[in-house]
Design a protein around this ligand. Structure first.
Ligand SMILES: *Cc1c(COP(=O)(O)O)cnc(C)c1O
Length: 395
């Protein structure tokens, strides 16, 4: 089918919940994507931080095809090797105690919320179910995770929302203290707010939140759906904050392009979710888990060091453009935000970049968000940078 035919078919038959770019993608190689007509796009978006090992990675592909030929799905009523092996790799590389696999980020965060509330209920009984989250956070699209998201625009239409969330300002410990109370059981935060505008939390603030959690026996929950699996240059962002959270979620990049997510708990929270209290039919299915194992093998410590180097390079090159449209570049590893000045529009820039052959993302208040595949080559980075330079110069 041609791009025009695909767009028409979509508009007639698909719920129009996405404001899509005027771009149709047919296939990819490395970190470059192609339309049905062969139009080329450099990928600085990774399918929103998912395609961390690029397109057509041989090791990843072999893991999936071999596993699909053996067994694609069996349910969680039975043991299977890929699930157990991927969990063991994650606990070994992080120091966490145990893992539960699910399918998407919102679903994983629901699991975190359930874990925190059950931990507290088991120990203290009813009335201690409130979770503090941060203003400008993003935690998902379910009725509960919309409410966990600290942005009023998400608290519309779908009433009634799940109760039990209060919001504190990021990087402001007084604001967290002001939301404290006997009803609180946990704090949930992203270490780099992704959708909210690529805002890294300050190390001091995180240390203070951790201390507050310890004083009050609140669980410290980290949403690593976007920051996890190498995106920020360590396997999980909490590892560069010198932190072992009580529990964390992950999703986007975990299986390099197949739907998968999960949560991990530390020793204190091991076994909080007991048989029958949490489940999901597809969670950790053998094909996704095999893909996840391949991703872990590809993203070894050397590859993670390269993520940090590529991130530094990307940031330095963009700063070096000295564009009057750019107020600054921030982020960690290959999760970068280009803050635009007033009078420039991230959405317009992003659409223009797509027309020029570079896929990027928007975030927060006028931020251009860059999430290239973690395996992107220097040559592909340079080609993307040259498109970005031209587009900024044309503003
Ligand atoms: C994308 C994202 C989610 C939601 O993940 P889905 O897979 O879309 O449900 C939750 N939290 C963060 C930090 C995210 O970036």
């Amino acid at each position: 089918m041609t791009s025009e035919q695909i767009k028409t078919l979509d508009k007639e038959n698909v719920m129009q919940t996405y404001g899509r770019f005027d771009v149709v993608i047919d296939h990819g190689v490395g970190s470059t994507l192609y339309s049905p007509e062969g139009r080329e796009y450099i990928d600085f978006a990774s399918g929103i931080g998912v395609n961390s090992v690029g397109y057509g990675n041989e090791r990843w592909l072999r893991a999936i095809t071999d596993q699909a030929a053996k067994l694609a799905h069996i349910s969680n009523l039975y043991y299977s090797e890929p699930y157990a092996r991927l969990a063991s790799i994650l606990t070994a590389r992080t120091g966490m105690a145990d893992v539960f696999f699910a399918n998407g980020g919102g679903e994983a965060n629901e699991g975190l919320i359930k874990l925190a509330r059950k931990y507290s209920y088991d120990k203290y009984g009813l009335g201690r179910a409130t979770i503090l989250t941060l203003v400008n956070s993003f935690h998902g699209r379910t009725i509960t995770t919309l409410k966990a998201t600290g942005q009023e625009v998400f608290h519309q239409y779908f009433f009634p929302f799940t109760e039990g969330f209060r919001y504190a300002e990021a990087n402001d410990i007084a604001s967290v203290r002001a939301q404290a109370g006997d009803d609180v059981c946990a704090v949930l935060l992203e270490l780099v707010q992704g959708e909210g505008g690529v805002m890294p939390l300050e190390r001091d603030f995180v240390d203070q939140v951790k201390a507050l959690c310890e004083q009050n026996d609140w669980l410290l929950l980290v949403d690593e759906v976007q920051t996890g699996v190498g995106r920020t240059g360590t396997l999980f962002a909490f590892q560069q904050y010198g932190l072992l959270p009580d529990a964390c979620s992950f999703a986007k990049g975990i299986a390099g392009g197949l739907p998968m997510s999960g949560i991990m708990a530390n020793e204190k929270c091991r076994g909080v979710l007991t048989p029958g209290t949490h489940a999901t039919t597809f969670g950790g299915n053998p094909v996704s888990a095999a893909a996840g194992i391949a991703v872990q093998e590809i993203l070894d410590d050397d590859a993670l060091a390269q993520v940090r180097e590529k991130g530094d390079y990307l940031r330095a090159r963009i700063e070096g453009f000295h564009s009057p449209a750019v107020a600054g570049v921030r982020g960690l590893g290959l999760m970068l935000g280009v803050q635009l000045r007033e009078g420039y529009s991230n959405a317009a820039l992003c659409a223009d970049l797509a027309q020029r052959g570079l896929l990027a993302l928007t975030a927060g208040q006028n931020v251009l968000r860059l999430l290239p595949p973690l395996v992107i080559t220097r040559e592909e980075l340079d080609r993307g940078l040259s498109i970005l330079k031209d587009a900024l110069a044309a503003l």
